[in-house]
Design a protein around this ligand. Structure first.
Ligand SMILES: *[C@@H]1O[C@H](CO)[C@@H](O)[C@H](O)[C@H]1NC(C)=O
Ligand SMILES: *[C@@H]1O[C@H](CO)[C@@H](O)[C@H](O)[C@H]1NC(C)=O
Ligand SMILES: *[C@@H]1O[C@H](CO)[C@@H](O)[C@H](O)[C@H]1NC(C)=O
Ligand SMILES: *[C@@H]1O[C@H](CO)[C@@H](O)[C@H](O)[C@H]1NC(C)=O
Ligand SMILES: *[C@@H]1O[C@H](CO)[C@@H](O)[C@H](O)[C@H]1NC(C)=O
Ligand SMILES: *[C@@H]1O[C@H](CO)[C@@H](O)[C@H](O)[C@H]1NC(C)=O
Ligand SMILES: *[C@@H]1O[C@H](CO)[C@@H](O)[C@H](O)[C@H]1NC(C)=O
Ligand SMILES: *[C@@H]1O[C@H](CO)[C@@H](O)[C@H](O)[C@H]1NC(C)=O
Length: 464
């Protein structure tokens, strides 16, 4: 069981009185000190100051869940433009836009409304709509800050180009955008990427039908997330059966919390990256990271460090290169099976949703730019394979590795691996190679033998 952590909490929210409502109407501003409270009193919206800061922000927090008297902020409206002093007010204009101290801070609703109303809902969504219509013209769920709540989508609406991602706070006292962002990356096969500025820090790996392949924890059914990928949208949502939230924190950790009623605490259900091997491309291309050995980085079989000097100093980021160049044109290359904890980086990979592993291997073998292939149950249909046409990066071993990846190697290297097969994770591939070669030899023999027999004994049964 993961340790108990309270998450982002803040003490100095000033509660004076709440207006007994969950809606905001034009010409009825919400002043600093007042709060909107959702119908079942789950969430509250109002002004707050984080930590020791004197700046005032408009935010949404859990109204009733206050472990040890602390408040968990889940959304901040004006994270880039804080107010000074306690004279702030939030106002809904007659045309449906929101202003804080007469300053428009929100993307305008795309339509001008006649009779707008703003409402805080029980799932934590703050919405604007026409009073006589239930359709939202704007919702805070489309503009997350650092927290994903159940019902929010982390990802893309491809029709409008809206990209909803999570951006960490700069510090405990400062909700302005920090450098860590978690977003749904659409390059190659969709996956979550944790960015620090423009550097990738961690990746979730692609969805495999039940989970992202790098987020493999067994979890109770009530906590299962859902991934949707179609022509209109690509996003992750959290389970609505549990009280849970996903946060990217100021130190660059992606954490999922779950409320534990029995102890009235937020349980940090998981966090990533957990280990140095989960850091993005820790061992460079064709380098393999194994947290159970020291040094953690080594080269894949058939590869050697590109810069032995750097590797000797434990900087493996330059990665590995082939011992023997490929000879694809002559069709002599083969494939080595490695069993990894997750698929290698897929941002340049190609997904074939309807190809069996065999067909995939045949296709990869014939295409000289193909470096590897693997099975991938991404559609959940049991079919599907991934093909790489670039160098492989972010290779990780673990004691419960299950993802077989077939890597193209020159025949010479394959043969030398099969002769010095000692390490455990190679033996499988070597056995496979030997079996394949035996089968390749034996089948024609049997065939010719029986065909020869048939030809002489049952000559009239041949179809010619
Ligand atoms: C809506 O009203 C606000 C305040 O009166 C104004 O600043 C803004 O320009 C208006 N927006 C539109 C689209 O008319
Ligand atoms: C809502 O009210 C506006 C006028 O304020 C009207 O034009 C519109 O038809 C109404 N919509 C519905 C669904 O009743
Ligand atoms: C996060 O979303 C914002 C707003 O849609 C966008 O401008 C930014 O490029 C996104 N960042 C990433 C890393 O996706
Ligand atoms: C998806 O990945 C997780 C973690 O690696 C693994 O436990 C699970 O069995 C995989 N599911 C499928 C359908 O491949
Ligand atoms: C491979 O092809 C090259 C020409 O591309 C040729 O010179 C060489 O003899 C071939 N090797 C084998 C083993 O057939
Ligand atoms: C996938 O393959 C099956 C059988 O091979 C075929 O019936 C089906 O139409 C294919 N689906 C797509 C989307 O190509
Ligand atoms: C090999 O695969 C790459 C990537 O899919 C593709 O661009 C290229 O056309 C393929 N080459 C052949 C000969 O099929
Ligand atoms: C593919 O994923 C589906 C849905 O998670 C699962 O039921 C099925 O067993 C998986 N098939 C394989 C071959 O892993």
């Amino acid at each position: 069981m993961a340790q108990l952590v309270t998450g982002l909490v803040f003490l100095s929210v000033i509660f004076r009185y709440s207006i007994a409502a969950n809606t905001l109407n034009p010409n009825q501003p919400l002043h600093d000190g007042q709060t909107l409270v959702s119908a079942k009193e789950t969430f509250a919206l109002g002004f707050f100051s984080p930590g020791g800061s004197k700046n005032r922000y408009v935010g949404i927090w859990y109204n009733k869940l206050r472990p040890a008297g602390q408040t968990t902020i889940v959304w901040v409206a004006n994270r880039r433009s804080p107010l000074l002093g306690t004279k702030g007010s939030l106002e809904l204009n007659g045309n449906g836009s929101l202003t804080i101290n007469s300053m428009i801070f929100l993307p305008m609703p795309s339509v001008t409304l006649d009779n707008p109303v703003a409402q805080l809902l029980d799932d934590g969504n703050f919405v604007i709509r026409e009073a006589n219509n239930s359709e939202f013209t704007w919702q805070s769920f489309d503009y997350p800050t650092d927290t994903l709540l159940s019902g929010m989508k982390l990802g893309w609406d491809l029709r409008t180009g809206l990209n909803s991602n999570l951006t960490a706070w700069r510090s405990y006292n400062d909700p302005s955008p920090g450098s860590y962002i978690v977003s749904m990356d659409l390059e190659g096969i969709p996956q979550l990427i944790l960015w620090s500025g423009s550097a990738k820090m961690w990746r979730s790996g692609p969805w495999n039908g039940t989970t992202f392949s790098n987020v493999g924890e067994n979890r109770p059914d009530d906590l299962r997330s859902h991934f949707v990928s179609n022509k209109d949208e690509v996003y992750l949502t959290l389970s609505t059966k549990a009280l849970t939230r996903l946060v990217v924190d100021k130190s660059g950790m992606v954490r999922q919390f779950m409320w534990m009623e029995s102890v009235s605490m937020w349980n940090n259900f998981f966090y990533y990256p957990k280990s140095e091997c989960e850091m993005y491309s820790k061992c460079g291309c064709y380098g393999v990271c194994d947290i159970n050995i020291w040094p953690t980085c080594s080269c894949l079989q058939g590869f050697k460090p590109k810069s032995p000097q750097e590797w000797a100093l434990r900087d493996a980021s330059s990665g590995c290169e082939r011992l023997t160049a490929l000879d694809c044109k002559n069709m002599t290359d083969g494939f080595m099976t490695i069993t990894l904890a997750a698929l290698p980086e897929t941002s340049n990979a190609i997904l074939y949703t309807n190809l069996s592993l065999n067909d995939c291997g045949a296709r990869c073998f014939k295409n000289c730019s193909c470096t590897a292939y693997a099975t991938a149950n991404i559609s959940g249909a049991g079919l599907g394979c991934v093909v790489w046409v670039t160098k492989l990066i972010d290779l990780r071993l673990s004691s419960h590795a299950t993802q077989d990846v077939f890597v193209r190697l020159a025949a010479y290297d394959l043969a030398s691996i099969s002769t010095k097969s000692s390490k455990k994770h190679q033996s499988k591939s070597v056995v496979l190679i030997i079996i394949f070669s035996m089968v390749a030899l034996i089948i024609p023999l049997i065939y010719f033998y029986s065909w020869g027999k048939k030809k002489t004994i049952h000559k009239d049964n041949q179809f010619e």
